[in-house]
Design a protein. Sequence first.
Length: 65
Amino acid sequence: MANNQAPQGNNDPAGSTQMFRAFVDEGPQSRQAAPAASSGPRIGLIVGIVAAVVIVAAVAWLALK
């Protein structure tokens, strides 16, 4: 998309500023999405550890019975 109104060789600083602002505006959205996605594996890890403790406790109880 060329700007036909500006003479050749002149860069439009407003275009660069708009692109930079769009880049900056995208940054926080992607950073906010990362912690929400990382909480899923933590919950699965906690549930897995609790299940392993319950299984070990059940095996120990059956062995001592």
